[in-house]
Ligand binder design. Structure first.
Ligand SMILES: [Zn+2]
Length: 321
């Protein structure tokens, strides 16, 4: 089932494409781990936050649960037979480019994309895919990585998966379970020394309030909004939006985010909704990426504007094990 060994970390000498990237800086010595379902998710969710922390000297690790083998081609320019035939290799190369642009360390959890179940009723998931792998097997693989990397902070999707792809829901389940299990020396004792990650977050960048603000600002600039139809159907969910605890200012890194997105050429249409709103409008209207602090083992009162709040030097640290 595994596409590759869970031990095989991508060989990456470190950030090289960022003038701002450095091993010193206000976030030096801090480690952040994002767990994502597919290659491209690290660039569409939290990528500007990533770029900011990398520029400030933090180590940012991305664990990608699947190879994205069953992703459709969403960019008409890339919808070619030679690309379709080599989807896993193409997506691996795209991920390498995005990795270098973001200045991250990236590795694969080693499972196979479940694909988007199209139809009503939905067809069963394909045999052997990530959505069907026993939870404990995936959790152990992630615990092994968490105990080796020793991140201070982890992010994943909310319980709805952020969007209802079976791999995103599974990514949530695996991440939450691994966050707990990594700290418990009685769980997976052969998977390394226990490590307590100090904080766990869910991404909340796609809330309605943000989309409405961007939509309004786009219209105010006399431009066409890509979100008109979506907003009409999207019933306001004030309780859901109120779950946001943490807004990380990262507007000046939206350009890096966009470059990383474009590196996933099969998945991102340069003429599509991602780039329909001018960057300056986004930076002015909503210059943060937003998160929900779900669990904290450090003193970190919310609201806050920093994923490492309570973890930085001088703050009480979470103990190991
Ligand atoms: Zn995805």
């Amino acid at each position: 089932m595994r596409a590759m060994s869970q031990h095989a970390e991508s060989q990456h000498p470190g950030p090289s494409h960022h003038d701002g990237a450095t091993t010193s800086g206000p976030s030096a010595g801090l480690r952040l781990m994002h767990v994502h379902a597919h290659p491209d998710d690290e660039s569409s969710k939290g990528a500007a936050t990533t770029a900011r922390y990398v520029a400030e000297g933090a180590e940012v690790h991305v664990v990608t649960c699947t190879g994205g083998e069953r992703g459709s081609i969403l960019n008409p320019r890339m919808d070619r037979p030679d690309v379709l035939e080599n989807m896993s290799e193409v997506r691996r190369q795209e991920m390498e480019r995005a990795r270098d642009i973001l200045g991250i360390h990236q590795e694969w959890l080693g499972f196979v994309d479940s694909g988007w179940p199209d139809g009503d009723p939905k067809p069963p998931l394909p045999e052997g895919c990530f959505g069907l792998v026993p939870l404990e097997e995936a959790v152990e693989a992630l615990v092994r990585i968490v105990r080796r990397v020793r991140p201070h902070v982890m992010t994943t999707y909310d319980e709805r998966g952020g969007y209802p792809h079976p791999d995103h829901v599974r990514c949530h389940e695996v991440s939450v379970a691994a966050f707990e299990a990594a700290a418990d020396p009685t769980r997976f004792p052969d998977a390394g020394e226990a490590w307590q990650v100090a904080k766990l977050y869910y991404h909340h960048s796609f809330n309605r309030e943000r989309m409405q603000s961007l939509h309004d600002a786009t219209l105010a600039h006399g431009l066409e909004s890509p979100w008109a139809d979506r907003l009409k159907e999207w019933v306001p969910e004030p309780e859901w939006d109120a779950r946001v605890t943490t807004k990380v200012p990262c507007g000046e890194y939206f350009g890096v985010r966009d470059q990383a997105l474009l590196a996933h050429a099969t998945q991102i249409d340069p003429d599509g909704h991602w780039f329909a709103i001018p960057r300056e409008v986004q930076q002015k209207t909503w210059p943060t990426e937003d998160y929900e602090l779900v669990t904290s083992h450090v003193d970190a009162p919310v609201p806050e504007d920093d994923l490492f709040a309570g973890v930085r030097a001088g703050a009480p640290r979470a103990s190991v094990g």
